[in-house]
Design a protein around this ligand. Structure first.
Ligand code: FAD
Length: 737
């Protein structure tokens, strides 16, 4: 505890002790007040300002220290100063005192409470940040909620102090008036509870819910106001129109058809979107071929003869297109038509909040109206505005697959610009297929979203596979010089040149925001389409899901968002669902894979969340050793002293699959003890999850109790000597139980 906190605690303790030492609590009762009323009134006649001043300061102290007696003092204000003067005194003193109590709680408790329960409080914090003033106002309006408790609890939340003050002042007006007014008739009051009759209490409760009703009305008016320049169709052609047939669009239309809505899915290019055609599927197919080439090259690790993989690059690329073709039927027009979705191939454009115009691929156009629309237009590779880029030519994940399909050989010297997941996956794959790969990254490490130990491991395996990793390199321009292609980059203040034959841009993906009517409708965009928690855009009947809306850019998150967008679009008038991003997993399919769910160490630190870190190295795992895939680790972040999982990072073979157990555990609120108590097949990679839980358990073994148990066993053997540590005290069985 730091010095200033200690001093504040000592000061508060001294003030509270003084209060009780002088027996002031027994003076702040109804009887005592009645008894001394005449004396105090006499004092007031001679010293009206002095009494008002002393009363004010004392009131502030009592409320700031959360001491009992504020209600009696409020009555006293009425009895001594009359309704209006008493009201003014109490109103300001109580708000000031409440704010001081709030600040004390914030200063002394907030940091530790947020650190300890930060993850549990996330939803409350978000709610308070959004609607804190509303909640406080309602609580203040109903004077039955304990005054001091509100101050202490609100101090733990992120509400602003100024907001706290003025909302308290305003919210307590009615209650203060009632109590001060009652005080003016002090003689007639027998008990505090008598002041609030059931009728009066009901009025307060009604007052308390009034802000919520008012807010709902304001929202309704706002929701309607955005439509005022548009003419709503009398009836609609469809319940739902979905723009884009990638993961988000396919899942949206699937759900809509499953619940018997009339739905049209519009796709301008290829069914399946980026994932099937240019993203996950081709990249994973490439990774598989690259892995095999790597295994052939390193066959001696398995006792076989190492060889040079002989292959036709064209055949590798042809296989990739075969894989796409095999998966295509899952996303095909035929399948979706059979499911009850109307699929139109053409470019969709929003004309008004209910109308989509489709420029069909056959040259005709069609206009359709729908009660709701989901924008699922996805994202495209980011192309920076760098001089000379067009001169040297470049590839992106959009163009790479068709471009390379024509080539007999893999690129000789490939420069991959970007050190994120896509850049790393592709850089490693092409290096394994024999290209000389240079990977340039602006930051000081690869995969910067992950912890630095992950980045280090990825960099070392990429380097081992032959990738020349250039971190801290900022591309400035590109040049073609004497037939050579060059990147000029800044590195530690100097300009350096990097020569290449092919350039692959992997700098991230930007949401598709132009050309289909967002601008005309005034739908806000800021790198992505802006939505609220229900995935509604500015127009409550237009939703956005998937890469176009972020904040994650994965196929599974696109599908996840699609559920919320569709259910809200079709049934939001009955019940709306807030999109839940609490447990989002992802993986980068470098070798070894990197998979994560929840927090990692750097995020926990940034967010000030205290965590306990448990690490299990795969070099201990029998199956990983047998497979020759023992590079990697599992890192589990838990609440200190508890088995509640806050986040897991796995680096290792099949990390993406292994992570599923932790994703389930986090989603269903299962802790490490539950994973430890579950049978895992031997010898599998999945056992690593159990052993990681075992590491955690071992760190929390009840040492004192165990030493007594040891003594008990000594006694059972008839041994009188002190308990000696069992030589095999740390066997795997003990770790795992
Ligand atoms: C190389 C690479 C590897 C990847 N690997 C993975 C991975 O391993 N795992 C993972 O989860 N994610 C991966 N991703 C990300 C994944 O592909 C995307 O997150 C996912 O495709 C997003 O789906 P979506 O539906 O939002 O958008 P998209 O798949 O982009 O679909 C949007 C569709 O909308 C269409 N469209 C756009 N505008 C209009 C319009 N006006 N009218 C009609 N149609 C329109 C487009 O033609 C497109 O088909 C990878 C991406 C890349 C590039």
């Amino acid at each position: 505890m730091n010095m200033s906190r200690l001093l504040v605690i000592l000061l508060l303790a001294a003030l509270v002790a003084t209060f009780f030492l002088f027996d002031l609590d027994s003076q702040l009762t109804l009887d005592a007040l009645k008894q001394h009323q005449a004396d105090i009134a006499g004092f007031k006649a001679d010293n009206p300002w002095l009494l008002a001043g002393v009363f004010f300061v004392f009131y502030v102290l009592v409320t700031a220290l959360s001491l009992p007696g504020a209600a009696i003092m409020t009555l006293a204000a009425g009895a001594l100063f009359g309704l209006w003067q008493g009201f003014v005194l109490v109103s300001f003193a109580s708000s000031l005192g409440a704010t001081l109590a709030f600040l004390v709680s914030r200063f002394l408790l907030r940091e530790s409470v947020q650190r300890r329960f930060g993850d549990k409080l996330k939803a409350i914090n978000a709610g308070v940040a959004r609607d804190g003033a509303f909640y406080l106002f309602s609580l203040r309006l109903v004077p039955v909620f304990p005054f001091f408790l509100i101050n202490i609890l609100m101090g733990l939340t992120p509400i602003k102090t100024v907001t706290y003050y003025w909302v308290s002042q305003l919210g307590m007006v009615a209650g203060t008036l009632v109590f001060v007014n009652a005080g003016t008739q002090l003689a007639a009051i027998d008990s505090l509870s008598g002041i609030l009759s059931p009728g009066l209490l009901l009025s307060f409760v009604l007052l308390g819910i009034f802000p919520f009703i008012a807010r709902a009305l304001v929202r309704l008016i706002q929701r309607r106001r955005v439509y005022r320049n548009w003419t709503r169709p009398r009836h609609y052609d469809r319940n739902l129109i979905v723009i884009g047939a990638g993961a988000a669009g396919l899942v949206s239309s699937y759900i809509a058809a499953a619940v018997k809505a009339k739905v049209t899915l519009v796709e301008a290019h290829k069914m399946g979107g980026d994932c099937l055609n240019t993203g996950c599927v081709p990249s994973k197919a490439l990774i598989r071929s690259a892995k095999l080439a790597h295994q052939i090259k390193h066959a001696d690790h398995y006792g076989l003869e190492a060889g040079t993989p002989n292959f036709s690059f064209k055949a590798v690329m042809a296989r990739i297109h075969d894989v796409i073709r095999k998966i295509e039927p899952h996303d095909s027009i035929e399948r979706y038509t059979n499911l009850g979705v109307e699929v139109l191939t053409g470019y969709g454009k929003l004309i008004d909040p209910w109308t989509v115009e489709i420029a069909l691929n056959d040259g005709s156009t069609q206009r359709l109206t729908a009660r709701s629309i989901i924008i699922a237009a996805g994202a495209r590779p980011l192309v920076p505005e760098l001089p000379g880029l067009d001169q040297v030519g470049y590839l992106t994940s959009d163009t790479l697959w068709d471009e390379f399909a024509q080539r007999d050989q893999p690129p000789r010297r490939l420069l991959v610009l970007g050190g994120g997941p896509i850049g790393c996956e592709l850089a490693q794959s092409f290096a394994r297929l024999g290209s000389e790969v240079i990977q340039a990254e602006l930051g000081d490490r690869l995969m910067a979203r992950e912890d630095s130990d992950v980045s280090q491991l990825v960099e070392s395996v990429l380097t081992k596979d032959g990738v020349r990793v250039l971190t801290g390199h900022k591309a400035l321009r590109f040049e073609r010089r004497d037939g050579r292609k060059l990147m000029i980059a800044e590195h530690r203040g100097n300009e350096v040149e990097v020569e290449f034959d092919d350039l692959l841009l992997a700098l991230g993906r930007s949401a598709r925001l132009q050309g289909y009517g967002l601008e005309q409708l005034g739908i806000q965009t800021q790198r992505t389409v802006q939505t609220n928690d229900y995935l509604e855009t500015l127009y409550p009947n237009i939703y956005a899901a998937g890469d176009v809306a972020g904040p994650y850019q994965f196929t599974h998150t696109a599908a996840h968002m699609a559920w919320y967008a569709t259910v809200n679009a079709l049934f939001g008038h009955l019940k709306r669902f807030r999109v839940d991003y609490s447990v989002i997993p992802w993986a980068t399919f470098v070798a070894p894979e990197v998979a994560r769910v929840g927090l990692n160490e750097q995020e926990a630190e940034e967010q000030g969340i205290a965590v306990e870190v448990t690490r299990y190295g795969l070099d201990d795992l029998d199956r990983a050793i047998a497979d020759g895939t023992d590079a990697g680790f599992i890192k589990v972040l838990t609440v200190p002293g508890k088995d509640k999982i806050l986040g897991v990072t796995i680096v290792g073979e099949h990390a993406g699959d292994l992570l599923a157990e932790y994703v389930l555990a986090m989603k269903q609120g299962l802790g490490l003890n539950k994973i430890l108590g579950t049978i895992h097949i031997y010898p599998t990679l999945a056992e690593a999850n159990k052993y990681a839980a075992g590491e955690w358990k071992r760190a929390h073994a009840p040492e004192r109790l165990l030493s007594w148990v040891g003594r008990y066993h000594d006694w059972r053997r008839g041994s009188r000597g002190a308990h000696a540590e069992h030589p095999n005290a740390k066997t795997r069985e003990e770790v795992s139980r």
